[in-house]
Each structure stands twice: as C-alpha cells, then as structure tokens.
Design a protein around this ligand. Sequence first.
Ligand code: BGC
Length: 745
Amino acid sequence: MKALISALTLFAAGTTCIQAETPVYLDDSKPIEERVEDALSRMTLREKINIIHAQSKFSAPGVPRLGIPEMWCTDGPMGVRPEVLWDKWTQAKWTNDSCTAFPSLTALAATWDPDMALLYGKSIGEEARYRNKSVLLGPGINIYRTPLNGRNFEYMGEDPYLVSKMVVPYVKGVQSNGVAVCVKHYALNNNEINRHTSNPIVDDRTLYEIYLPGFRAAAQEGNAWSFMGGYNLFRGEHASYNPILMNDILKGEWGWDGAVISDWGAVHDTRTAVSGGLDMEFGSWTNGLSNGHSNAYDNYFLAEPYLKGIQDGTYSTVELDDKARRVLRLTFRTVMNRNRPFGAMGSDEHVAACRKIGEEGVVLLQNRNNLLPINLDNVKKIAVIGENAIKMMTVGGGSSSLKARYEVTPLDGLKARIGNKAQIVYARGYVGDPTGEYNGVTTGQDLNDPRSPEELRDEAVRVARDADIVLFFGGLNKAAHNDCEDSDRLSMELPYGQNELIEAIAAANPRTAVINISGTGVAMPWTDKVDAIMQAWYLGNETGNALASILTGDVNPSGKLPYTYYASLDQCGAHKMGEYPGHPGVDELGNEVMDMPYNEGIFVGYRFTDKNKLRPTFPFGHGISYTTFKYGKATIDRSEGTETDTFTVTVPVTNTGSRTGKETVQLYIADLKSSLPRPVKELKGFKKIELQPGQTADVSFTITADALKFFDPELHAWKCEPGTFEALIGSSATDIRTKASFKLR
Ligand code: BGC
C-alpha cells in the first residue's frame, strides 16, 4: 500500500517527469498525529470551518482540494438507516440500502454477555462500513431513569456497571471496521419529553456514580472515536457544547482525543458552540427527525457566523484548530484508513448474529406449572393472540427506524418452527397501531381491522378457551408514546386495553403465556393470573425465529433484566422523590427551561427499591431458565487487605435441572459503613456460564479497590474507606444466594 503512494509521479507535457514527495497526511505509515498536523498546516481558514459542520443531512465535507474525503454518518444504533435525500428527510429510494436490523440495545444489555456486544458491534460495523459510512450514530447508553423514557429501547438499562461492561466491546467491535461509533446522548438525556429544554439538576456525586461511568468506559476503555452531545441542558448550557461535560470532564479529566458531534438540531448559539467543546455541528434548523429548513448549512452556527467572528476578531483560531484536529483525527481513523476491511451487508453471519443475540437476550420472567417450553407431545392446539404477533417492528420509533431486508414476525416464526406438529389459531385481540410507516419507509403490512374492541376480544377469548396453550403477544410497538423518540410514554400501563384483554383471556384459559414486546418496563397487574411471562424486546429481522426457538425449547432462555421492573411509578425514585418531567424554570442564561431535580440522587433502579424495601414486579438482574441452578457457599481468598490488594471470591454453581442452560452469576458489593450514604449494594461483577445437567462450575470474581469506591464530591475523587464489605452473589438483585465478607484496612 505504501509503495503505491510513496511518490506521486506527474508526467508533464510528455517529456518532463516531476517527482513529488507524498504529503505526510496521505502517508498512512506515519503516526496519525503527524498526519493531522500536516493536513492542518495546509488548510485555509475556510477549509477548517467547512469540515466542522454539515453539508447535508448526514454528511460533512472533507477538503476536496487536498483529497480529504467527505465524512458520512448514519443512524444507528440498531441497524444502518436507509438513505434520505441530500437536503431533505424524504427517503432517497435507493434499492441497495436495506439492512440487517439487529435487536434493540435493551435486548443486547439483557444478554449480560460482553461477547454478544462484541459480536453486535462487529456485525453492525460491517454493515456501516459496507455502506461507506465513517460514523455510526450509536450506541445509546443513557441510564434508564424512568420507565416512561421513549428511548429506553435504544439504551442499555439502569446500571452503570452493566452499561460499562457492555458498551466497551460494542465500541471495539464497530471500530474494528474503521467505522467510528458516536456514543450518545452525552449526558443526562434521560427523557424525550421537553428534550430541548429539559434541565436536569444533578449533583456531582450522582453524575459521576450513575450517569457518567458508561460514557467514561466508552471513552477510556473503548477508545470511542466520537461522542454525540444531547439536546438537554445542564448547569446553564446545552449538553452538546457544555463546557463542564465536554471540556472539563470528557476532554479534560478523561483525556479523550475524539470528536464531539452535536445531536441533530441541538446547537443554538455560536459563542458557546465555539467555546463549549463541540467539534462538529449537524442538523441545525431541523428537528432531527423529519422537518428541516432547506440549504441552511452556511447559516450553521459553526459556519459563516463563526468565520465572520474569526475575521472580525471576536474569536481566535485556537478553538477552531482544536476542532479541525479532532475532525481530521476522526477522518484518518475511518475513511482515510486504507487498511480498514470492506464490510458486508446482510451476510449469513449477520443473520446468525441477530438471531443469537435475540435468543440470548429474551428474558423468561415467570413460568408457573412449567407452561413453557411448549410441549409438542401434548399440545395440539396453540392460540396465538395479539397484534404484536403479526406486526413488523423494525419500522418506527424515530431515528433508529430501519428499512430491514426482511422481518420474521412471531406468528410466522412459530408457524415455520411448529409446522404440522400442532394447530396454530390466530386471533387479533386488539388493534393498536396499524400504520407501519416511518419517514417514508413502510412495512407493506395493512393491519387495519374494522371490528370493534368487543368483537376482537370475544374472538380472542373463544380462541383461547379452545386451545391447549395461549401465547399472547402484546406490549408496545414504537408508535408515538409507545417506545418512540421525541415522545415519552404517558403512563406505565399497556395501551389499547391490553390489561383487560389479558385478564379475559387468562380467565378463559390460565395456561397463558404473555410475551411482552417492548423496550421498557410496563405495569403487569395480571402476573398472578397467567402462568408464564416473557420479556421479548424488539429483536429485528429474526424476531419470530428467535422467539420460536425459545418458546419451543430449542434454546433455553438466559436473558436477565437490565432494569428493575417496577410495579408502578411509585417504586421509581425519579417519580417518587425526584421530578419528572420537571417544572418550568429559568436557567442561568435567562432561558425558559424545564427544571428537573434528580432528588433521588444515586438511588436509581434497584438502588432505590433496595433502600426503600420495595418489591418490584421483577427485580434487576432477574431472568429464569427451563433448568434450575443451585449456588454453593461463597469463599474468599483473603479476609483482610489494603487498597492495593485484590480479593477473589468464588462460588460453585450447579445445574440441578434436566436441560443444558446458562446462568448469569451476579456479584454485588455492600459497604457496611461509610461516611456518605451508599446504596445497600451495587453490581460489581457478572459472569454468564453454560452448564450441562448435573454439571458444577466454580465462578470467581476478582475484586479490586475500584469496586469498593464511591465518588467523594468534596475531594472530587473516587475513594474507598476502611471497614467491612460484603460480596453478595446471586441470581438477581433480590435473589442473593450466598455471601462472603472481607475487611479493608
Ligand atoms: C437523534 C439522534 C440521531 C439524530 C440523527 C436525532 O433526532 O436524537 O439520536 O442520531 O437525530 O438522526
């Protein structure tokens, strides 16, 4: 490769031969920093301005004169978004941009398996690479603060440790393709309602312990090449160019050298965009989703207004050079990396990855009377009820909406798997969202049904009564207010009268399994009326096949909840103690905002239910199997030590059932006495293991001082205090099976 470009040979007028040295910035044998400085030194002021803002909905210009290519971004985070027109949100109607739709990121988090995250990242990165994208706008890792957040399905749950462990391999997998991730939405973008004016009021300790660790892991351990700033405000400035979040923390404390990209339409001002650590401006004059002014690019805050400001001396070029350097670095790491692989789209491997991740992520929440898996020796008639059995879900939800190559619905997946071994009778049950369209992409399904709710319910009850088993597929569907960007849920209740319908079906036939398809927690007032409950997420192309494998027992479920399944909003700290969606206020700059005090502080998710001794419907980390696991007694290698010592705790786990299965063994640490209030316990380790029937394995966790620390806001540092700690080992946050104590001197 180097030989090809080591010299540019120019033939002039047929006779003279001019040899020119390869410019350093084009020479990929040179360190990136040298290439960056060389390119920068050759660029004009206008060229530097050009590369830091968009030229179309999803691209930024390179430097044509120097042969530095354009930079193309794409959503993200669960598949590669279909092409829109240059300057419109309208579909470009390309015929080569149908993608593999991967499971939602909540499903990925529910695998509790970093290898799945690596596989996911590698696969989606290959698709982005094949489509010649430099930046994949994902993953999303905002903490699940409330079940009402419309974008929970794009995120990885409530626990900062789990998020950190899952995001790093995702980042590495994507970037192994020479495609940058854009980790979003940094930070505190925990709701969609009022997303441009939300002003979370959060103390430092909560920020560092709960809302930042995932981002820090992505930046420092994952070496993420770009970050996306959120729409919300924080301490007087919008997140996308927030001096505290971007300059002090991300680029300062964490020493990160990547590029900050604004969310689409998140920039409102030149002065602060210049100084607040933003490197690339995208989507100004659009709502980020569907509307936009035409050809507004020269008016971008970091375009002509910035250029003029430099020319008239309002701004120096120091910030501009820093921004341009970061964009060049991103360019050399991606589109100008000649060694990057070519990628692939819709490969057999991607289909297999999609299915595998889905199968590993589905969570069996309840299984009374061993209703599942479906025993095809006895079950001759299966009632399949509910709109979500037939509805395609890869379209919808906002910017993560996809044009999938295909999508197997649950009903189709079951029919394909069961064949003529049993009769499947389908009843619609309810009409939810029959539209099947987002931003010009349609599923092609016509789900309109003229029947009344009573007619639909009566049919469903009749079909249920007559069946050996009932599989109800319901939940949400990525329509507005039902797992959708720009619109939070209006309550935790299932929509479209599903609760009443489930009760009626269960009364007719308690051998009912509810398969809830959603990306967030919903209220389940009927848990004691149905035998089985499964949390099934949005699983992408292979939805029906993955679910059929689990329902029939071809695959033993092994997912665990990445968030607490509250019985009601009262059990959630954000609603009980904190504010949501906040109250009108005025920020430091005099802007009208929605102040949202996070009074619950660090007590998010199980940290809140633990503290208040609440019993959620299903706890964080919960998920059962078709087999059972017995935990032996935990032992620890040392009972005392100092901050520089490590402690290794080991527990034998045995598969006591009759099927091979996987269990995620979870380690929580409890600090028995501390100078500041601490959660009852916090997740600090997990391992997913597979065991044959009767097999025992020792599972060990090494505990370092990091697992014992809390963030001391006075010191502005992490610290641990001497005293007694407990290593609690269990199968969920409320199912602790064994523990060992140790002392820190
Ligand atoms: C979303 C981002 C997305 C961007 C580009 C915004 O509305 O918040 O997550 O990447 O649009 O589509």
